[in-house]
Design a protein. Structure first.
Length: 112
């Protein structure tokens, strides 16, 4: 169930004030479990075992986690690949650059 903490099984429908946060590995957990599991420092995600820190959890913006993941990946790519059209000698060169950035974003989505 999407509105349930996989650790403590608290349900958002039965506990309306339950706040679920999303990890960098895109697993949801409630704030209470995050506080308990990560209060002493980095610890493995209880679902996939990726080592996480408490401050890496973020509020979910989009209802669909796939959209959430794609937006985060595109933001990461944009921090590195941030050239503008005026940085290129031609529109063709700029479009080739944009296509390369799109390819990289898709690759990051497959591997993260």
């Amino acid at each position: 169930m999407d509105a349930q903490c996989p650790v403590c099984k608290s349900d958002k429908y039965l506990t309306p004030n339950l706040k679920l946060l999303v990890s960098p590995c895109f697993h949801k957990m409630c704030e209470s479990c995050i506080d308990r599991l990560f209060s002493a420092g980095p610890a493995p995600c209880p679902i996939c075992q990726q080592v996480l820190r408490k401050n890496q959890f973020m509020s979910q913006i989009f209802e669909d986690l796939a959209v959430e993941k794609e937006v985060r990946i595109r933001k990461r790519a944009a921090r590195v690949f941030n050239k503008r059209a005026e940085d290129f000698p031609s529109l063709r060169a700029y479009n080739d650059y944009l296509e390369m950035v799109e390819d990289i974003s898709m690759l990051l989505g497959c591997w993260s």
